[in-house]
Design a protein around this ligand. Structure first.
Ligand code: DAH
Length: 339
């Protein structure tokens, strides 16, 4: 072999042996076999050699080129494979790392209580009805036998949108809509938002939720009302729960009552929540004959009862929440306790 070719070949071999990465090998390849590479230059300068030398050097250089190309490719293959394996090893996921739990959402406590109340009454054969939150004076007051001078109509209590249009102050107008739209028998509940011009404090909110209940048929009695509410209380507050009726007054019922449930926190012994062992949970009564007449029902033919309860109140008692505003603040520290 020609000494110049030999020198280039040996030098290239040494460098190849010393190369560790495919970048280094590629570099060497360019240096020797590239367009400006040492061996390429030599081949290109063959023409300047004396004819006798030209053949010998040319043959040697071409052979060296083929040999080098083969070696370089072989080393590149090996190295690339090793590098791939190393990278895979480096990037392999660590299956022993503990996973990250996705944050779980949960139903709002008011939604939970709402759903629970609704489920109980659906189970008793009641239907779920929706009523408008924007009402007229007629539906919110007049039809419910609430007279012109009744304190509930006071500007203090009601959000008026115009002289005649207002945000409903209770779900009771739902009764009127339902009865106008159907003949007895009626068994419905109307849950929903209600509005009052109250300043928010621990027990007041300008927006809160009620569930209205109504049953109208022939021969419906106060006994049916008591039986239904007793069943409700047992489902809602547990099988040992008891209720009591206290006489009260509402313009749209006669007679009217307020219902207390035996305090489920202290079992009626008396505690901070109930004071005397009983918790007031709702207002109710026999639908006033004038309300029946207002919707075209003959009060001589049909009787009915109704009730209205506050969802916030039920939820506050159930979960021991002492400030109603917590329900609306969307503070995760509060809400995440109901997951
Ligand atoms: N509407 C009453 C209120 O908001 C609650 C109520 C009491 C509803 C007696 C009734 C009822 O249906 O019979 O305070």
């Amino acid at each position: 072999m020609h000494p110049r070719v030999d020198a280039i070949l040996r030098e290239a071999r040494d460098q190849l042996a010393a190369s560790r990465t495919s970048t280094e090998i590629e570099h060497l390849k360019t240096q020797v076999l590239g367009r400006q590479g040492t061996l390429t230059q030599l081949l290109r300068s063959l023409g300047t050699l004396p004819a006798a030398e030209r053949r010998e050097v040319g043959a040697a250089a071409n052979e060296a080129k083929r040999a080098l190309e083969a070696m370089v490719e072989e080393r590149l293959r090996e190295t690339a494979e090793r590098e791939r394996r190393a990278r895979r090893e480096r990037e392999r996921p660590d299956l022993t790392l503990p996973g990250r739990r996705p944050a779980l959402g949960a139903l709002h406590p008011l939604t939970r209580v709402h759903d629970e109340i609704v489920a109980i009454f659906l189970g008793l054969g009641f239907s779920l009805v929706d009523g408008p939150e924007i009402e007229t004076d007629y539906y919110n007051f007049e039809a419910l036998n609430i007279p012109r001078d009744h304190p509930a109509r006071d500007m203090q209590d009601t959000f008026y949108l115009s002289e005649d249009v207002l945000l409903r102050t209770h779900t009771s107008p739902g009764q009127v809509h339902v009865m106008e739209g159907m003949r007895p028998p009626v068994r419905i509940i109307v849950p929903g938002r209600v509005y009052r011009r109250d300043v928010a404090d621990a027990s007041h909110s300008p927006v809160f939720h009620q569930v209205e209940g109504l049953a109208v048929d022939r021969d419906i009695s106060m006994g049916d009302l008591k039986g239904t509410l007793e069943l409700f209380a047992r489902e809602m507050y547990g099988p040992r729960s008891r209720i009591r009726f206290r006489p009260s007054f509402f313009p749209f019922t006669e007679p009217s009552a307020e219902v207390d449930v035996l305090c489920f926190l202290c079992d009626g012994k008396g505690c901070r929540a109930c004071g005397n062992g009983w918790l007031e949970i709702l207002g109710c009564g026999m639908v006033h004959p004038r309300v029946l007449a207002n919707v075209g029902y003959d009060p001589e033919d049909f009787t009915g009862w109704a009730f209205g309860m506050g969802i916030e109140r039920v939820a506050m008692l159930k979960y021991g929440v002492e400030d109603i505003r917590l329900f609306y603040d969307n503070d995760l520290r509060f809400l995440s306790q109901f997951v």
